[in-house]
Design a protein around this ligand. Structure first.
Ligand code: PMP
Length: 410
């Protein structure tokens, strides 16, 4: 093992919390990650030492804040292998990023009867914005189905065609943990003259992302799932496309000149960032990137694969436990399951009594839940500060919960 997860765990203050008198086992990382001291300190440092608004002032603090904000953008650029900081737009998170690309790209390229291709495993954030732009433009939505718990690529080939203008797919499913073949989808989209948007909310925290290697046209992710605070995220897009696209929000900071009847926009990336941005959030995202890169994204990925190899067979061995998604291919450490005869919310409540934080529900993926024919699942999702004992604790707690609901005793 190239990383020392025990030592890493100590860098996260919340791990000392007792939950119902038990040691915290935080397995809700697909919803949001915990934050290390260094990221928390970067927020405090900003407000104690550099707080000012960005881009507008010539005073020292304003310059300090602007430099730090723009340095954070450069860190994001390097983190995802982008060509230029002009391609990196700060947003509130994946949801905002996807709304902006749906609205702006959609308005630019969609006409009546054009098609937008999504998949049945998308998060609501990668469905609803497309429904809205489809309504406004008369475009149609089509969905790639699932086969063996993963994307049915044969079906994808049959529906991505000359009518397709945009394909928007998640890199890693927040429910199934499956990793989708983005490069293959990029080729399919591009061969048919369509653009590929990638929802990287679940992949950016877990693996090295290189937008050139993925060959996508847009990429969206959230800081809060990768050790940064909530309220900050990124939309990356190819410069040539962003140049042609209209901003979605308007106001201060994004304009060049304002006249009574019209205005002109600043250059990229600022034309998309109207109003005072989340300055401390962006700086903290930069700090989170430093933290992750210090550990090494490849090392994180390797450790997460170790967790999968350890946890998957143990979960599969439990009688009455149904695991969802493809179980053969390389996957992320996100496990969605149900226990026969026990409601997922009861399972999550029983786990909480043992200090284990998991999520129960539809995970913002109602279309997928319908496809799986379940109202909800329990989801245990790991990150690099989770330790081996937590896998065993999860397994023991599942067995205990089964016992309790079968006989009313633990
Ligand atoms: N897409 C996926 C795959 C996600 O897991 C999430 C967060 N659960 C989102 C989009 C939305 O991210 P946010 O709520 O940070 O905007």
């Amino acid at each position: 093992m190239k990383i020392n997860p025990k030592a890493i765990r100590e860098l996260f203050p919340i791990m000392d919390e007792l939950i119902n008198d038990e040691k915290l086992s935080y397995l809700d990382n697909a919803a949001t990650s915990q934050k290390p001291y260094s990221v928390l300190k970067s927020i405090q440092d900003f407000y104690e030492l550099s707080n000012a608004n960005v881009h507008r002032g010539v005073h020292t603090l304003a310059e300090r804040a602007t430099t730090q904000y723009e340095e954070a953008r450069a860190k994001v650029q390097r983190f995802i292998g982008a060509n230029s900081t002009r391609e990196v737009i700060f947003t509130r998170g994946t949801t905002t990023s996807l709304n902006w690309v749906a609205t702006s790209l959609g308005e630019m390229v969609l006409e009546e009867h054009d098609e937008i291709v999504l998949s049945l495993m998308e998060h609501h954030a990668n469905i609803v914005p497309w429904q809205q732009i489809a309504k406004r433009t008369g475009a149609k939505l089509r969905y790639i189905g699932l086969k063996n718990g993963k994307l049915d690529m044969e079906y994808a080939k049959s529906i991505i065609n000359g009518k397709t203008k945009i394909v928007s797919i998640t890199h890693i499913s927040n429910v199934l943990g499956v990793i989708n073949p983005i490069k293959e989808l990029a080729k399919l989209a591009h061969d048919n003259g369509a653009y590929l948007v990638v929802d990287a909310a679940q992949s950016a925290p877990h693996m090295k992302i290189d937008v050139k290697e993925l060959d996508c046209d847009f990429l969206a992710f959230s800081g809060h799932k990768m050790c940064a605070p909530t309220g900050i995220g990124v939309l990356w897009g190819r410069e040539k496309l962003l140049e042609k696209m209209e901003p979605v929000e308007f106001g201060g900071e994004m304009i060049d000149f304002v006249y009574q009847d019209s205005s002109t926009w600043k250059e990229l990336p600022w034309k998309f960032e109207a109003g005072t941005p989340n300055i401390s959030g962006a700086i903290a995202l930069g700090s989170a990137i430093d933290f992750l890169e210090n550990i090494g994204m490849d090392n994180i990925h390797e450790y997460m694969q170790e967790i999968v190899r350890n946890a998957l067979p143990k979960l599969q061995a439990i009688e009455g436990l149904t695991l969802y998604g493809n179980l053969e291919d390389e996957r992320s450490a996100v496990f969605s399951f149900n226990l026969e005869g026990i409601h997922p919310h009861d399972v999550a409540t029983a786990f909480d009594m043992e200090g284990i934080a998991v999520r129960a529900g539809h995970h913002c993926a109602q279309v997928l839940m319908r496809e799986l024919d379940v109202p909800a699942t329990v989801r245990a999702s790991f990150y690099f500060y989770n330790l081996e004992w937590e896998i065993d604790h999860l397994i023991e707690t599942i067995l205990k919960t089964k016992e309790f609901f079968a006989h009313g005793t633990i």
